[in-house]
Design a protein around this ligand. Structure first.
Ligand code: SF4
Length: 376
């Protein structure tokens, strides 16, 4: 049930992705990168669960130092997520097989340099260290120039961004790249990846529904997107993002393989037509940027506490850090993003305030009741 994919095959260290290569399943370490023992333990756990590739987040020179030690003796190829700090590429490239940059984060540093210059620099680092690249586009962090060019059309903006960054890498004669276009809404993920695959049928695609949240809803959202895309021959590697305790991260690999196996064998799960009605809680899967480990309990408490609001069409986003939290809560009706000591509460794009971990649930309940009263 998975048609032959038309993409070219690229090399990520020892791994082959795209074309006739098996669909690779990957995950990301959620531990603090500088906690070497914990991160190494998690990479080993993911490796034991059968991951083809494991990503680690890098934000600082200390993270890069830690990565050097983490990489020693690890057999699974590693990838790094450069996020806002694309200049860290040089320090980490010797230890990894792939560099991921987000076009939406390139504008944060060295504002006088053009996007082309920054991408050329990343490509040069990748070439010198024999790394592949992922152009990782995210609907929650659209590059400002694309927001301006596509007002009110997020899918148009992210697809154009992905296509134009592919053209940049083509122009630099760098073929070993994949593209991901992610969002927390599987419908957007299906639409954007289908449009991208039409525009660039040759480029291998990394599938993911970001911030899918906790099982079982997180698995259902991911399955909806992957079933629709894999059955159209779209998707060469994938990651399932789940908000689960650190020790259970291997579940992301198991679920990814199960979905591939089910789609291959025609085992589709029916999607109830009302799946998107009512309360929608999105939560990030957590990673090394989480500054307070109470985040996962908080996500579960939010779910428990809002049981009685299930029939209301309201989206609540719970994010683990200040890097992606502020932007990725903008589209939610209520957003919570976690800092070291406080949790920031938002209503749409407006900030309500920052509250202690022991106060936030009460404050969120006040805002939720207010929202329900306004809408009813
Ligand atoms: S929101 Fe922050 S903590 Fe959560 S996965 Fe994204 S970068 Fe990591």
């Amino acid at each position: 049930m998975i048609p032959a994919r038309k993409t070219r095959t690229i090399r990520i260290g020892p791994l082959r992705v795209g074309g006739e290569a098996p669909i690779a399943v990957q995950s990301m370490a959620a531990t603090r990168t500088q906690d070497i023992a914990a991160t190494r333990g998690q990479v080993e756990r993911l490796q034991a669960a059968g991951a083809d590739l494991v990503r680690v987040a890098i934000d600082s020179p200390k993270d890069a130092e830690a990565l050097k030690e983490i990489a020693e003796g690890i057999h699974v190829p590693l990838s790094v997520d450069l996020q806002e700090n694309y200049r860290m590429a040089e320090a980490v490239a010797p230890f990894v097989a792939k560099l991921r940059y987000n076009p939406g984060h390139l504008h944060h540093h060295e504002r006088t340099k053009s996007t082309e210059e920054k991408v050329a620099w990343i490509v040069d680092v990748a070439r010198r260290h024999d790394c592949a690249i992922r152009i990782g586009v995210n609907a929650g962090s659209i590059a400002p120039e694309y927001k301006e060019r596509y007002p009110g059309d997020n899918v148009g903006a992210i697809v154009a961004c992905a296509v134009e960054h592919c053209a940049l890498l083509d122009g630099m004669d760098f073929p070993d790249f994949v593209v991901s276009i992610k969002d927390s809404d599987p419908r957007l993920v299906i639409d954007a990846n289908t449009r991208f695959a039409e525009a660039r049928p040759d480029v291998p695609i990394h599938l993911g529904v970001t911030e899918a949240g906790m099982p079982p809803e997180g698995i259902i959202k991911t399955r909806i997107a992957f079933e629709q895309l894999l059955s159209r021959g779209i998707g060469d590697t994938l990651r399932v993002s789940l908000t689960v305790p650190f020790d259970d991260k291997g579940q992301e690999i198991e679920v990814g393989r199960q979905i591939i196996d089910d789609v291959s064998n025609g085992r589709f799960r029916s999607v109830p037509p009302n799946f998107f009605d009512g309360l929608n809680i999105i939560a990030c899967p957590s990673c090394s940027r989480v500054e307070n480990e109470k985040f996962i309990d908080l996500a579960e408490d939010v779910k428990r506490m809002t049981e009685d609001a299930k029939e209301h069409d309201i989206t609540i986003a719970v994010m683990g850090c200040r890097v992606n939290g502020p932007g990725e809560t903008d589209d939610a009706d209520l957003g919570l993003w976690c800092g070291p000591k406080t949790v920031n509460l938002k209503k749409g794009e407006a900030t309500v305030g920052a509250f202690g971990y022991d106060e936030i649930l009460g404050q969120m309940r006040v805002e939720l009741d207010r929202l329900i009263a306004e809408r009813t």
